[in-house]
Design a protein around this ligand. Sequence first.
Ligand SMILES: C[S@@+](CC[C@H](N)C(=O)[O-])C[C@H]1O[C@@H](n2cnc3c(N)ncnc32)[C@H](O)[C@@H]1O
Length: 340
Amino acid sequence: MQNISLADIQKEVKTLQIAERFFDSVVMFALSEVGVFAALADGPKTFDRLQAEVGGNVESLRATLDAAVALNVLSRIDGRYCADEDLLDCLGRTESPAYVGEWIAFLHALAGPLFKLDEAIRDGSTPGALFAKMGGDDLPAKRRTQAMDAYARTRGIEIAERLDFAPTRRLLDLACGSGTYSLAIVARHPHVRATLLDLPDAIAVARPIVERHGMTDRVEFVAGDAMKYQASKPFDTVLVSNMLHMIGPAASRKLMKHCLELVEPGGRLIVQAQYLNDDRTSPRWATLLSLIQRVGTPDGRNHAIGETTEWMQQAGFMDIRHHRLSAWNVCSCLIGRKPA
Ligand SMILES: C[S@@+](CC[C@H](N)C(=O)[O-])C[C@H]1O[C@@H](n2cnc3c(N)ncnc32)[C@H](O)[C@@H]1O
C-alpha cells in the first residue's frame, strides 16, 4: 500500500479548507431564513425553546445549530444557544440601523445560481436571473430591490453627506432601484427635487419606501427603460448608481452618451459603482460582484475605474474625477461635467 506522507495530508487539509468555506454561508442563510437570529435577539435560548419558536424538523434544526457553534456563527453556553450582539443587530433586529437581513436573503437567493458558475463559464447561461422576465430561477430578481435598500441604507448613503449637492436643484436618479440614495439626498438637502427612474418592478418597490419616508412631494417616479428615457428638460445632476455592472460595457458606453443629453450644460454626471481597480483582481468584493452579474445577467460584469472614465470622456463629459468615500465603503464615484 502506498504511504501517505504528512505533507500530502497537509495539502489535502489546505484544499478542503477552501472547498468547505461555503458551509459558513449555508448555515448563516438557513438560520436567517428560519428566524433563529430573530428568536435569539432577546437573549440566549435552550434548544427546546428555540425549536418551539422556529418550528420545523427537530434533527435538522439541531444539526444546523450545532454546526453553527462549530463554525463560530453561534455559541452554546450552559446549554443555551446565543449569538454575538453585532450579528443580532445585523440579522435579528429589523429596527437596528445595522440590519441587513434583506441583503443576506438576496445573497441566499444567489447561492444556488452561483454554484452553477461553471455552467456560466461553459455556455454563458444565467441561472440566477437578476432582471424580471428572464425566466429560470427569478428569486434573485424578486429580492433584488429590497436588498438594494438594505445595502444602501446601512452602508451607502454617504454620498448624500460627502458630495456637494449645493448646486443641485433637479436630480435624476437613473436606475434608482429602491430610491434609497435619492431619499437620503433630498432629506439632507431640502432644495433638491428628484426624479426616480427604473424598470417597473423596481419602481413598484421604491414607491412605498418613498411614501413611508413622507417624501412623495419631493420625488417623482418614472417606470421605464433608462436607455430610452427622454426628459422634457435636462437635469443639473444625474446620478447613475450601481447600474452599469448590470448592463455591461457596450450598453454602459451607450448609456453614458445618453446621459450627456439628460444633463444640462455645466451640469454633473455622478457614476457611483463598486469599482474594480484597473488590475481587475482587486478589491475583493468588486471581483465577486462581477460573478453575480455573470450568473444573473446576459451582458453584465463589474467595471474598472479606468474604462468607466474612458466611456464618460468619450460621451463628452470633462473634468472627470474619482471620489472615494469612507474606507469601509465599497462604493466610490466618478464625477464628470458637461461642458457649459
Ligand atoms: C444594482 S441596482 C442599483 C439600484 C440603485 N441605483 C442603488 O444604487 O442602490 C441596479 C438597478 O438598475 C436597474 N436597471 C437595469 N437596467 C435598467 C434599464 N435599462 N432601465 C432602467 N433601470 C435599469 C435595475 O432595475 C436595478 O434597480
